[in-house]
Write a protein that binds this ligand. Structure first.
Ligand code: CP
Ligand code: NVA
Length: 307
């Protein structure tokens, strides 16, 4: 059995492969917009395992697999044996014998790493506590669509040093852009999680305004991620000054974009004026999950395709 290719972290692909994936996403998106049938994955099955809630991830993977001619099956912890303590190693061996590709949304990265180790087929990270690589794939594709190459640009991250922030950090190193990070005291970025030790690609700022100064893209996410709900009240207090406001956007470049992976909480991590304003590209960002993930699935199953 050959070892399958997985996408468990952003750093699982090279810069050259991302270049291919972004170009391929444009082709796949164009076909979708033109209502062209493209079924390279007829008879292939995607299994999606969710241990946390989702709207966009489930919908984009499920719709995407159908649009590629394949089938998608949804499993969750609540009504499968996964929630009753079946070992991850056993689940991976069984599920990967009945499917062609697997997407997992779970808690610790160690769970998906173990699953992938025992899987016969490619495994895609649909969000873990540590990373959200499919979202950053969509975010960078969205940036490229609006502003061209991201190389050399500056991305400001305001808020929690969470799975999104860790993934931005991996992307900054790989794709050669700068990441400015500002998080409240007590919630620092740990670059070791992303395995990024060289400080050349990122800088930490105590003041979120300083992180946004001159940025090409300002982005944020919820103050309390899934799995951390018990900390919600304390976080609400600590993060009060880390709301992306018009004033914060005004110190970024005049044509800076705003992104948020969604779901958003207006009046918490972002002001309504910003997310619903002219610089926001959040709806393109959400839609692009569909297109980039179709390109990713195709790549993991068929390799580079040029038709
Ligand atoms: N952005 C994102 O992953 O959304 P869902 O939680 O709805 O899947
Ligand atoms: N950081 C958020 C992202 C949700 C898509 C979470 O993990 O809950």
């Amino acid at each position: 059995m050959t070892t399958p290719r997985h996408f468990l972290q952003f750093s699982d692909c090279t810069a050259d492969e991302f270049d291919y994936l972004f170009k391929r996403s444009t082709v796949i998106k164009g076909r979708f917009k033109a209502y062209e049938r493209y079924w390279p994955l007829e008879d292939r099955t995607l299994v999606m395992i969710f241990e946390k809630a989702s709207t966009r991830t489930r919908l984009s993977f499920e719709a995407g697999m159908h649009q590629l001619g394949g089938a998608a099956i949804y499993l969750n912890t609540r009504d499968s044996q996964l929630g009753r303590g079946e070992p991850v190693e056993d689940a991976a061996q069984v599920i990967s014998r009945m499917s062609d590709i697997i997407m997992i949304r779970t808690y610790e990265q160690a769970i998906i790493d173990t699953f992938a180790k025992w899987s016969r087929v490619p495994v895609i990270n649909g969000l873990t506590n540590e990373f959200h690589p499919c979202q950053i794939l969509a975010d960078i594709f969205t940036f490229i669509e609006h502003r061209g190459p991201i190389k050399g640009k500056t991305v400001a991250w305001v808020g929690d040093a969470n799975n999104m922030c860790n993934t931005w950090l991996q992307a900054a190193k790989l794709l050669d852009f700068r990441l400015n990070v500002s998080t409240p005291a007590g919630y620092p970025l740990d670059p070791a999680v992303a395995g990024v030790t060289d400080t050349g690609c990122f800088e930490v700022f105590a003041d979120p305004y300083d992180a946004c100064r001159g940025a090409d893209l300002v982005t944020t996410d919820v103050w309390t991620s899934m799995g951390f709900e018990a900390e919600g009240e304390a976080r609400h207090k600590a993060f009060a000054n880390w709301q992306v406001t018009d004033a914060m956007m005004s110190v970024a470049k005049p044509d800076a974009l705003f992104m948020h992976c969604l779901p958003a909480h207006r009046g918490e991590e972002v002001a309504a004026d910003v997310i619903d304003g002219k610089q926001s590209v959040v709806w393109d960002e959400a839609e692009n999950r569909l297109h980039v993930q179709k390109a990713l699935i195709e790549f993991l199953l068929l390799g580079r395709v040029d038709d």
